[in-house]
Design a protein around this ligand. Sequence first.
Ligand SMILES: [Zn+2]
Length: 462
Amino acid sequence: MLTNYVYKLRPNITQSTKMNNWVDMLRSHYNWCLNDRLTQYAQQFIQGDYCSLRTKAEACPLTCFVSKNGATGEPWKNSSDKNPRRNAGMIQDAALPELKKARPWYAGIDSTVLQQNVKRLDIAYKNFFVGVACRQGLGRGFPKFKNRSNFTSFTYVMGVKVQGSKIYLPKLGWMRFHNSRPIPNGFTIKAATIRKRQDGWYVSIRIEDKTVPDYIAKPLTEVKKIIGCDLGITKLVHLSDNHQIENPKFLTNKKTKRILKIRQRRVHRKCQGSKNRKKAANHVGKLHKKIADKRQAYQWFVAQKIVFRNVDAIAIEDLNIDAMKRRCKPKIDENSGRFLKNGQSIKKGLNRSISDASWSDLTLKIEYLAAKHGKVVIKVNPKHTSQKCQNCGHIDAFNRDGEKFICTECGYMSHADINAAKNIRDRAFSIVRVDYPELKRPKNRKETSPRSLRANVVSLGT
Ligand SMILES: [Zn+2]
């Protein structure tokens, strides 16, 4: 089994300055590698001896770090290999000794850390191409140039040792840390990622024990009981067994919003580039960190609440959250050519609430916990789940009036979101039955499908 444990580090001043320097250097190396790949990509489309598209200078090792056919180094490996051509990551990896020679301060960084930095860019590219391949706007975007706020970590894959409450990081030395949970016996350290957060440095240690089996989700054939979850804003989750789970709105509640506003104003009023401004900005960051930590803890609590119910499977909507948060289209007045109100300013608040609820993180946690306890998560298409009537299956946008659900066809009344949760549950059932025909109900009982059964009950009642 492979898992991660996170600890807070207690570096001394030398170590923390060193780590700060490393992060800065690694960031510029990452950006340099990305730029190199972009240049090389553009290079492939011109015929001729040009080195750079901009200057149109001829390719020559002295004028240009990009050779005509292959990024920064020898594009071929041993010709005896099956696939002798190096990819961009391998070329940049092989160029690391050159980098250390040209910029000696990079020699201070552990070599596996530098290699992982190149790998990180490889992964960014890979994720992008996965998204392109499935053509649904899913997946990640194109690799970005990193700035100080979104590049804060580096990874070791070798040489990390832990002894009591001290950790050995190559080229940084022994460092103390808060040993908040012991590493279980039999687990070996695979990698360690050092990350800078607002209140200090953290290490995430990846540990593995091959003798411990992985968590395996239950096969769909064994699913008998399903609970449906409808994710929302006013209440975080509505369950198909009529339960609701509160949404504390850690970022968008009135109190936090006020504190955040005050702290942001304090930053704004300090001189640009001053130490006091930095201090004030740190205050804002600490609040954001606290909100993120609270949200994390609460989501584990919610995930437990859902997974520990007496069910085999959990049905969740497969939401495209990016699409939900997309900006409204601009409205232009035909006569004057001026922009009219398009509702974006109202939607901005909703978008913040959606981000604050962080449904995708919650779904991930539910998936993890479900697998851990031998259950399975079924993702269903959310289309019309909130407009469909549970009783008669009638779909109509007018069925819903805020939180109330009144069917325009049969008059069925319910809480709108619980109605949706039940629809999600039923949809998951239909997925299970379609995939595994042996689970389909026997033919003689086909007439008593849930829909007609309920219709019978209604007609008996009247
Ligand atoms: Zn109805």
